[in-house]
Design a protein around this ligand. Structure first.
Ligand code: SF4
Ligand code: FES
Length: 247
């Protein structure tokens, strides 16, 4: 396939960025999207030009590092996949592809297609954990019965990889889907009850402090989420928040 790539180039956080055109040829439909960018970068390096900076790590949909807005959609046109799992067979010969970083005030651009998502880390640090004594007195997790329905729902919430596509998809740049997944995975388990009140209050407070917008129930986040995190987690977080605020 021969393609035209229109890629956001930005030197650093303080420099104005712009879209730059890059024609690329002989792209195999079997390449992943990131492999296609690798080929482009090899060509740029061989011409003495600066390669395009983009985030990646596992390249198998686990780490949540890859984060590209492709033709206006976080992680591109496929469903249930991250950018690293997107294949060039989703495009056709002659296509023009716009490639931009995830856009949100709370995700400032570091360079080109790389954004700073440490705001997510700070939300996690505010309460996305349970405190367990690991000094040798730990209770075996399996000794606390959890009903299957709750265990499954908790596991579903725990599959959130913190990629930020939900924020990039949202017209309000809301982080409610991410935060609610991190609240829900513990809210559904007995082990999560001890710190439940502090957890939801502190995580929501941090989310607001980071400058994420509000949820207006549009649902774009759920559609673009590569892990299929459900909007019902947002409803659960709202219930947890209401419960915690009345204590
Ligand atoms: S909820 Fe989905 S889109 Fe948002 S960070 Fe988690 S995995 Fe990514
Ligand atoms: S590089 Fe790890 S999820 Fe894409």
């Amino acid at each position: 396939m021969n393609l035209t790539l229109k890629i956001w180039r930005q030197k650093d956080a303080n420099t104005q960025g712009k879209i730059v055109d890059y024609p690329i040829s002989e792209v195999s439909p079997d390449m992943s999207f990131l492999e296609m960018l690798d080929v482009l970068n090899e060509q740029l390096i061989s011409k003495g030009e600066e390669p395009v900076e983009f985030d990646h790590d596992c390249r198998e949909g686990i780490c949540g590092t890859c984060s590209l807005q492709i033709n206006g959609e976080p992680h591109g046109p496929d469903r249930g996949v991250t950018t690293c799992q997107l294949h060039m067979r989703m495009f056709k010969d002659g296509d023009t592809i716009f490639i931009e970083p995830f856009r949100a005030n709370a995700f400032p651009v570091i360079k080109d297609l790389i954004v700073d998502r440490s705001s997510f880390d700070r939300i996690q640090q505010a309460g996305g954990f349970i405190s367990v004594n690991t000094s040798g007195n730990t209770i075996d997790a399996n000794s606390i019965p959890v009903n299957k329905h709750d265990a499954d729902k908790s596991f579903d919430a725990a599959t959130c990889i913190g990629c930020g596509a939900c924020v990039a998809a949202c017209k309000n740049a809301s982080a409610m889907l991410f935060t609610s997944a991190k609240v829900s995975q513990f809210a559904l388990l007995p082990q999560g009850q001890v710190e439940a009140t502090d957890r939801v209050m502190n995580m929501v407070r941090q989310m607001d402090l980071e400058g994420f917008g509000n949820c207006t129930n549009t649902g774009a986040c759920e559609i673009e989420c590569p892990k299929g995190i459900s909007l019902e987690n947002i409803a659960r977080m709202n219930r947890e928040y209401l419960k915690a605020s009345t204590k």
